[in-house]
Design a protein around this ligand. Structure first.
Ligand code: FSO
Ligand code: SF4
Length: 534
């Protein structure tokens, strides 16, 4: 196996025998083969689209297939076997519809009849046949960006929002990276286009979430627990949480959020349930301890899942998440998890552990834009910091805690995604009634943060780069990669990225990013604050 798609990659270079995330060689090979099979499907979907033929269900499958290979989504080999066969079946259907004929291996490959055969086939397919290291780096960035983009497109589609232009880019980019005649500049353009298309996918997702569940409103979320039976919901899927809340209503079960589900407490159509109570635990990398201690059932709606062997019988997966041996609730009937929660002890007593505020998405923040603009003009607010992105296990991530602790009192911190758990419970106070720590939402809500920045730039009649705003980004997996590409597409400069730079970016490609966007690695909290604020 050879995988270097996430920040956790072994020795900062690549996982070659076993993934640090828990992905074994068999699953890594099957993931590579699924990408290969999907590339064959994309070739024919692309050809069909050029003839005016599109198929939304096939495009959804393409997104799901790519999303399943994102870090910490699916570790179940059988699910990959099914998807590989389905990709080839759909490929043949699109071939017939398009009337096209391709001879490259991805377009002609026949899946082996058994798991062992498929794993062997997976070993033979890799992007790493590209000899030029810089071109390979750009192909990797495109593929990893596509994984994040596919995740956002899938989330949006679940909420009834889709746009064929997103699917068109996915089909085209998946097949473009098969080519070996591309110049560096063409691949740089493909990479930036991925960021552009992702902005549309995130816009669709924002429309889906706010259209269905309302605009988030500032809400205090208890960190303690209520005595009684309990279900913990992790991942990112609001629709799954809504179904869980509906199906648990009146059953004497309290529903808690974990990790990236925290911002769900701000949505009117979710917070209306009395049994939707509080938040339990912190970010994904702490789940082994937190899930083992939770006295109820746990439901993973999307990434990031880790090896659940210590609580196999009380954890459930749905959507694209999978772990071999874990009960998968494929049909959105959550009864097995509900019955498990009812059979478990639940919390033995109420506990009060303070609360955190969520719900500062674009509607809430821009609702007080006048106040914010006035505070900036009066110099009550000196600077905004967007400290957002993923959390992870690296000790260097303490930087983000220290950074927020050291941000001067006349500055505001906007945050999103699971990186916030490094500082989400800090009491930073307010500036004239504007909280100094504003939780914009999940990584899936990056569109909201971008809209806030764009609106402020409009109000000050300047560009986003001219605002007193600095972006301090932490990355872990491929959704963070595509969000970064979106920021680059928007021309955002001076982004500080950590905890380390991606292993798949070569020095020459990094130079292109530095020259055009002045992207830079984080250093220390003190040095970076001094460089930004002077
Ligand atoms: Fe975190 Fe995991 Fe949301 Fe990522 S839970 S690390 S960017 O998958 O998705 O922020
Ligand atoms: Fe390694 Fe990350 Fe790939 Fe897992 S996803 S195998 S940790 S590089």
């Amino acid at each position: 196996m050879f995988c270097q798609q996430c920040e956790q990659t072994a020795k900062g270079t690549a996982c070659t025998t076993m993934g640090v995330c828990g992905k074994n060689e068999e699953v890594a090979d099957l993931q590579d083969l699924l990408i290969h099979a999907t590339q064959g499907l994309c070739l024919y979907s692309d050809a069909a689209r050029k003839k005016g033929i599109t198929d939304s269900a096939t495009s959804l499958f393409t997104c799901e297939a790519i999303f399943s290979t994102l870090t910490n989504v699916n570790f179940d080999p059988q699910r990959f076997v099914n998807m590989i066969n389905k990709a080839v079946e759909l490929r043949e259907e699109m071939k017939a519809k398009s009337g096209a004929s391709f001879t490259v291996p991805a377009a002609t490959f026949t899946p082996a009849a058994d798991l062992a055969g498929l794993v062997e086939q997976g070993k033979a397919v890799t992007l790493d046949t590209e000899e030029d290291k810089d071109l390979r780096s750009l192909k990797h960035i495109t593929l990893f960006g596509l994984k994040g983009l596919a995740a956002y497109a899938d989330h949006a589609r679940i909420l009834g929002q889709e746009d064929d232009s997103v699917y068109a880019y996915i089909d085209e980019a998946m097949t473009t990276i098969l080519r070996d005649d591309l110049e560096l500049n063409e691949l740089v353009a493909l990479v930036l286009k991925c960021g552009e298309v992702n902005l549309r996918a995130m816009e669709l997702l924002d429309a889906g979430n706010t259209g269905k569940f309302g605009h988030p409103v500032p809400t205090a979320v208890p960190l303690g627990a209520k005595k009684g039976k309990a279900i913990l919901v992790s991942g990112h899927d609001l629709q799954d949480l809504a179904l869980i809340l509906e199906q648990t209503e009146g059953k004497g079960i309290t529903v808690y959020t974990h990790g990236e589900m925290l911002p769900c407490h701000g949505y009117p159509e979710l917070k209306k349930y009395d049994h939707f109570y509080g938040h339990y635990g912190t970010a994904w990398q702490n789940q082994k301890k937190e899930f083992a201690e939770f006295p109820g059932a746990v439901i993973m709606t999307t990434n990031c899942i880790q090896d659940p062997k210590a609580y196999m019988d009380s954890i459930f997966t749905c959507g694209l998440v999978g772990w071999p041996g874990v009960t998968h609730l494929g049909d959105k009937d959550f009864s097995p998890a509900i019955n498990k929660a009812l059979a478990m002890d639940g919390f033995s007593e109420d506990s009060d552990k303070d609360s955190v505020m969520v719900g500062f998405a674009r509607n809430a923040v821009l609702g007080v834009a006048d106040k914010i603009i006035e505070a900036v003009k009066n110099k009550d607010i000196r600077h905004f910091f967007l400290v957002g992105g993923c959390d992870g296990a690296k000790p260097g991530r303490n930087y983000y805690t220290e950074f927020v602790e050291k941000v001067p009192e006349d500055c505001i911190v906007l945050t999103l995604a699971c990186g916030k758990f490094r500082f989400f419970d800090k009491k930073l106070g307010d500036i004239g009634g504007i909280p100094r720590l504003l939780d914009v939402g999940q990584c899936n809500d990056s569109y909201s943060a971008i809209q806030i920045a764009v609106a402020l730039a409009g109000a000050f009649e300047c560009g986003v780069n001219d605002l007193p705003l600095s972006m301090i980004i932490s990355w872990y997996e491929q959704k963070a990669v595509v969000i970064l590409l979106t920021l680059l597409h928007l021309g955002i400069k001076d982004i500080r990225l950590g905890p380390t730079l991606p292993a798949f970016i070569t020095p020459n490609v990094l130079n292109v990013l530095v020259e055009n966007f002045n992207i830079m690695p984080i250093t220390t909290a003190d040095e970076d604050l001094k460089a930004i604020l002077g």
